[in-house]
Design a protein around this ligand. Structure first.
Ligand SMILES: NC(=O)c1ccc[n+]([C@@H]2O[C@H](COP(=O)([O-])OP(=O)(O)OC[C@H]3O[C@@H](n4cnc5c(N)ncnc54)[C@H](OP(=O)(O)O)[C@@H]3O)[C@@H](O)[C@H]2O)c1
Length: 252
């Protein structure tokens, strides 16, 4: 089966392309540096020729409110238009657990717009909502600075390894379209501030992390369980400790 991975050179995309190839599929990585630009449409017609499935794991280079909204709206419209012309039978997109409740955030307004376009298109689809990646914990600190300290609400969250995200998305891409949302998450629950503090300590990053109930997540207020998947979520196996050990081994 030919599967085109939009954003196939990124963190999740490159792992996903490998997973699909390991399982004997013709998976191609589509991104600006392979000549495919979902934002301008460049290279899409050629890339989608003969494809059965398109998986969109791209991300906007800029998280500025207007830029990210333009990225997800324009690229999703382009993808769905070119997919219809090429006869693609399954559009899979990666989004985030809790997206619907995070509309105060510019980034999440863009993800909501992306999902709305997919749901109203004629292409059979599956939307995967993943929890935060362990790989993103430092990034979370970076977007949560107030002065020189990291301010995070001490809410629950259930992050997961990028390897498990790629495996979860691969399984869904190879199955029948769900015509809805499926959630994937990590095997353990943590407090958001606590795990970011632990991650910064392992990186010897001296920034102090403050548990601040009024702090926002990516610009949005979050409740105790906004970032936690529901009971039907498919859970990855990699614990935080295992991921830390694996990351240290890879770095060595
Ligand atoms: N971070 C989290 O914790 C989290 C949690 C749940 C879901 N997600 C979702 O996961 C998705 C993937 O995240 P990621 O961290 O793997 O992203 P990433 O590593 O930043 O990769 C983004 C990919 O998108 C490509 N791209 C950028 N502009 C493009 C364009 N115009 N046309 C086609 N491809 C383009 C990039 O190509 P170049 O490298 O060539 O620019 C790259 O391959 C995102 O949609 C995000 O919302 C993230």
């Amino acid at each position: 089966m030919k599967i085109v991975v939009i954003g196939g050179t990124g963190l999740i995309g490159s792992k996903l392309v490998n997973r699909l190839r390991e399982q004997g599929h013709e998976a191609t990585a589509a991104a600006p540096n392979t000549g495919v630009n979902a934002l301008t449409g460049e290279g899409l017609a050629e890339a989608l020729k003969g494809a059965s499935v398109v998986v969109d794991v791209s991300n906007s280079p800029s998280w500025d409110d207007a830029a990210v909204l333009n990225f997800f709206e324009t690229s999703t419209r382009n993808l769905l238009t070119y997919e219809a012309a090429a006869g693609v039978g399954h559009h899979v997109a990666l989004s985030v657990v809790g997206t619907d409740q995070l509309s105060e955030s510019g980034y999440f307004r863009a993800k909501i717009a992306q999902e709305k376009l997919i749901k109203s298109s004629s292409i059979p689809y599956s939307i995967v909502h993943a929890t935060q990646f362990f790989e993103f914990l430092k990034g979370l600190a970076d977007i949560s600075m107030d002065g020189n300290k990291v301010h995070l609400p001490p809410v629950l969250f259930q992050p997961m390894a990028a390897d498990d995200v790629a495996s979860g998305v691969a399984t869904i891409a190879l199955g029948k379209p769900i015509h809805g949302v499926v959630e994937i998450g990590g095997p353990e629950e943590f407090r958001l501030d606590d795990l970011v503090r632990r991650r910064l300590a392992t990186l010897k990053d001296p920034r102090e992390v403050i548990a601040d109930p009024k702090a926002l997540y990516s610009g949005a207020k979050v409740g105790e369980r906004t970032l936690v998947p529901g009971k039907d979520a498919r859970l990855g196996k990699t614990s935080f400790e295992t991921w830390l050990n694996q990351s240290a081994q890879r770095a060595a």
